[in-house]
Design a binder for this molecule. Structure first.
Ligand code: SF4
Length: 191
Protein backbone atom coordinates (compact mmCIF):
# COMPACT_ATOMS: atom_id res chain seq x y z
CA UNK A 1 0.00 0.00 0.00
CA UNK A 2 1.32 3.46 -0.94
CA UNK A 3 1.73 5.96 1.88
CA UNK A 4 -0.06 9.30 1.80
CA UNK A 5 3.30 11.07 1.39
CA UNK A 6 4.18 8.96 -1.65
CA UNK A 7 0.75 9.53 -3.17
CA UNK A 8 0.99 13.27 -2.60
CA UNK A 9 4.33 13.38 -4.41
CA UNK A 10 2.85 11.42 -7.34
CA UNK A 11 -0.14 13.77 -7.54
CA UNK A 12 2.12 16.83 -7.45
CA UNK A 13 3.81 15.81 -10.72
CA UNK A 14 0.94 13.86 -12.29
CA UNK A 15 0.25 14.36 -16.01
CA UNK A 16 -2.27 11.58 -16.50
CA UNK A 17 -4.97 13.90 -17.81
CA UNK A 18 -5.20 17.27 -19.60
CA UNK A 19 -5.99 19.13 -16.36
CA UNK A 20 -2.25 19.04 -15.65
CA UNK A 21 -1.77 21.56 -18.50
CA UNK A 22 -3.95 24.25 -16.91
CA UNK A 23 -3.48 23.76 -13.14
CA UNK A 24 -1.31 25.97 -10.98
CA UNK A 25 -1.04 23.36 -8.22
CA UNK A 26 -2.57 19.96 -7.83
CA UNK A 27 -4.53 19.65 -4.59
CA UNK A 28 -3.99 16.31 -2.89
CA UNK A 29 -6.00 16.64 0.32
CA UNK A 30 -5.67 17.71 3.91
CA UNK A 31 -6.32 16.13 7.28
CA UNK A 32 -5.12 13.60 9.82
CA UNK A 33 -3.96 10.07 8.90
CA UNK A 34 -6.82 8.52 10.93
CA UNK A 35 -9.79 10.80 10.20
CA UNK A 36 -13.26 10.41 11.67
CA UNK A 37 -14.75 11.36 8.29
CA UNK A 38 -13.44 11.51 4.72
CA UNK A 39 -15.10 14.39 2.87
CA UNK A 40 -14.87 14.25 -0.92
CA UNK A 41 -15.78 17.18 -3.17
CA UNK A 42 -15.58 17.29 -6.93
CA UNK A 43 -12.49 19.34 -7.86
CA UNK A 44 -10.32 22.22 -6.64
CA UNK A 45 -11.61 25.73 -7.30
CA UNK A 46 -9.65 28.87 -8.10
CA UNK A 47 -8.23 29.53 -4.62
CA UNK A 48 -7.48 25.86 -4.03
CA UNK A 49 -5.59 25.77 -7.34
CA UNK A 50 -3.56 28.84 -6.35
CA UNK A 51 -2.74 27.56 -2.85
CA UNK A 52 -2.61 23.80 -3.40
CA UNK A 53 -4.93 23.25 -0.40
CA UNK A 54 -8.51 21.88 -0.53
CA UNK A 55 -11.59 23.82 0.55
CA UNK A 56 -10.08 27.21 1.19
CA UNK A 57 -12.00 30.24 -0.05
CA UNK A 58 -15.70 30.87 0.48
CA UNK A 59 -16.82 27.23 0.15
CA UNK A 60 -14.15 26.09 2.58
CA UNK A 61 -15.07 28.81 5.09
CA UNK A 62 -18.71 27.72 4.93
CA UNK A 63 -17.74 24.07 5.42
CA UNK A 64 -15.65 25.08 8.45
CA UNK A 65 -18.60 26.99 9.92
CA UNK A 66 -20.97 24.06 9.43
CA UNK A 67 -18.47 21.63 11.00
CA UNK A 68 -17.95 23.95 13.95
CA UNK A 69 -21.71 24.35 14.47
CA UNK A 70 -22.12 20.56 14.33
CA UNK A 71 -19.27 20.18 16.86
CA UNK A 72 -17.16 18.17 14.43
CA UNK A 73 -13.59 19.55 14.68
CA UNK A 74 -12.23 20.24 11.18
CA UNK A 75 -8.83 18.94 12.28
CA UNK A 76 -10.38 15.48 12.83
CA UNK A 77 -11.65 15.15 9.24
CA UNK A 78 -9.84 14.59 5.95
CA UNK A 79 -10.89 16.63 2.92
CA UNK A 80 -10.12 15.89 -0.71
CA UNK A 81 -11.70 15.83 -4.17
CA UNK A 82 -12.55 13.37 -6.95
CA UNK A 83 -10.06 15.09 -9.27
CA UNK A 84 -6.96 16.72 -7.86
CA UNK A 85 -6.51 19.47 -10.47
CA UNK A 86 -8.82 22.38 -11.23
CA UNK A 87 -10.94 22.12 -14.39
CA UNK A 88 -10.75 25.41 -16.34
CA UNK A 89 -13.55 27.86 -15.44
CA UNK A 90 -14.70 25.43 -12.73
CA UNK A 91 -16.48 23.23 -15.29
CA UNK A 92 -17.44 19.70 -14.25
CA UNK A 93 -14.54 17.27 -14.54
CA UNK A 94 -15.12 15.02 -17.57
CA UNK A 95 -15.72 11.27 -17.12
CA UNK A 96 -12.24 10.63 -18.59
CA UNK A 97 -10.61 13.04 -16.11
CA UNK A 98 -12.47 11.44 -13.21
CA UNK A 99 -11.44 7.96 -14.35
CA UNK A 100 -7.80 9.04 -14.70
CA UNK A 101 -7.73 10.52 -11.20
CA UNK A 102 -9.82 8.01 -9.24
CA UNK A 103 -6.91 5.62 -8.52
CA UNK A 104 -5.44 8.35 -6.28
CA UNK A 105 -8.67 8.61 -4.29
CA UNK A 106 -8.88 4.82 -4.03
CA UNK A 107 -5.32 4.75 -2.65
CA UNK A 108 -6.12 7.61 -0.24
CA UNK A 109 -9.17 5.67 0.92
CA UNK A 110 -7.06 2.55 1.57
CA UNK A 111 -4.44 4.55 3.48
CA UNK A 112 -6.97 6.52 5.54
CA UNK A 113 -9.40 3.62 6.14
CA UNK A 114 -12.30 5.92 7.18
CA UNK A 115 -15.48 4.56 8.77
CA UNK A 116 -17.51 7.36 7.17
CA UNK A 117 -17.29 9.02 3.75
CA UNK A 118 -19.35 12.12 2.94
CA UNK A 119 -19.68 13.01 -0.74
CA UNK A 120 -20.07 16.76 -1.19
CA UNK A 121 -22.20 17.47 -4.25
CA UNK A 122 -23.50 15.65 -7.31
CA UNK A 123 -20.21 14.72 -8.97
CA UNK A 124 -18.80 13.13 -5.81
CA UNK A 125 -22.07 11.40 -4.89
CA UNK A 126 -22.69 9.94 -8.36
CA UNK A 127 -19.07 8.76 -8.51
CA UNK A 128 -18.82 7.31 -5.00
CA UNK A 129 -22.35 6.22 -4.06
CA UNK A 130 -24.55 5.58 -7.10
CA UNK A 131 -24.59 6.87 -10.70
CA UNK A 132 -28.25 7.86 -10.29
CA UNK A 133 -27.74 9.68 -6.97
CA UNK A 134 -29.83 12.87 -6.76
CA UNK A 135 -28.62 15.26 -4.08
CA UNK A 136 -31.99 16.92 -3.49
CA UNK A 137 -33.69 13.52 -3.10
CA UNK A 138 -31.07 11.17 -1.62
CA UNK A 139 -29.04 13.51 0.62
CA UNK A 140 -28.60 12.53 4.25
CA UNK A 141 -29.19 8.81 3.67
CA UNK A 142 -26.60 6.27 4.79
CA UNK A 143 -25.40 3.69 2.26
CA UNK A 144 -23.19 0.88 3.56
CA UNK A 145 -20.34 -0.38 1.38
CA UNK A 146 -18.13 -2.93 3.09
CA UNK A 147 -17.21 -1.51 6.50
CA UNK A 148 -17.81 2.07 5.43
CA UNK A 149 -20.87 4.29 5.65
CA UNK A 150 -21.39 6.70 2.75
CA UNK A 151 -23.60 9.77 2.72
CA UNK A 152 -24.14 12.41 0.05
CA UNK A 153 -24.96 16.01 0.85
CA UNK A 154 -24.88 19.44 -0.76
CA UNK A 155 -21.56 20.94 -1.85
CA UNK A 156 -20.85 24.14 0.11
CA UNK A 157 -20.60 26.03 -3.20
CA UNK A 158 -24.18 24.94 -3.97
CA UNK A 159 -25.26 26.23 -0.55
CA UNK A 160 -23.68 29.60 -1.36
CA UNK A 161 -25.58 29.71 -4.67
CA UNK A 162 -28.83 28.38 -3.20
CA UNK A 163 -29.16 29.31 0.50
CA UNK A 164 -32.57 27.58 0.53
CA UNK A 165 -30.67 24.25 0.69
CA UNK A 166 -28.86 25.21 3.91
CA UNK A 167 -31.58 23.86 6.20
CA UNK A 168 -31.50 20.43 4.52
CA UNK A 169 -27.69 20.40 4.61
CA UNK A 170 -27.74 21.24 8.31
CA UNK A 171 -30.03 18.25 8.95
CA UNK A 172 -27.47 16.06 7.13
CA UNK A 173 -24.66 17.29 9.36
CA UNK A 174 -26.78 16.58 12.44
CA UNK A 175 -27.26 13.01 11.15
CA UNK A 176 -23.49 12.80 10.59
CA UNK A 177 -22.74 14.04 14.12
CA UNK A 178 -25.18 11.51 15.59
CA UNK A 179 -23.44 8.68 13.71
CA UNK A 180 -20.01 9.88 14.83
CA UNK A 181 -21.18 9.94 18.45
CA UNK A 182 -22.59 6.43 18.06
CA UNK A 183 -19.32 5.10 16.62
CA UNK A 184 -17.33 6.81 19.38
CA UNK A 185 -19.52 5.27 22.09
CA UNK A 186 -19.20 1.82 20.45
CA UNK A 187 -15.42 2.18 20.49
CA UNK A 188 -15.49 3.12 24.19
CA UNK A 189 -17.88 0.27 25.08
CA UNK A 190 -17.26 -2.52 22.53
CA UNK A 191 -19.44 -4.99 24.52
S1 SF4 B 1 -6.59 15.64 -12.30
FE1 SF4 B 1 -5.69 13.81 -11.39
S2 SF4 B 1 -5.17 12.49 -13.16
FE2 SF4 B 1 -5.48 14.58 -13.94
S3 SF4 B 1 -3.40 15.47 -13.93
FE3 SF4 B 1 -4.40 16.05 -11.98
S4 SF4 B 1 -3.74 14.46 -10.54
FE4 SF4 B 1 -3.33 13.67 -12.60
Amino acid sequence: MQTLDTLEQLVRICKKCPLSDTRTHSVFGEGPANPTVLFVGEAPGEEEDLKGVPFVGKSGALLSRILEAAEIPRETVYITNIVKCRPPDNRDPSPEEREACLPYLRSQFKALNPRIVVALGRIAATTLIHPDFKITKNHGQWVTKGDTLFMGTFHPAALLRNPAYKKAAWEDFKILKKQLDLLASQERNPL
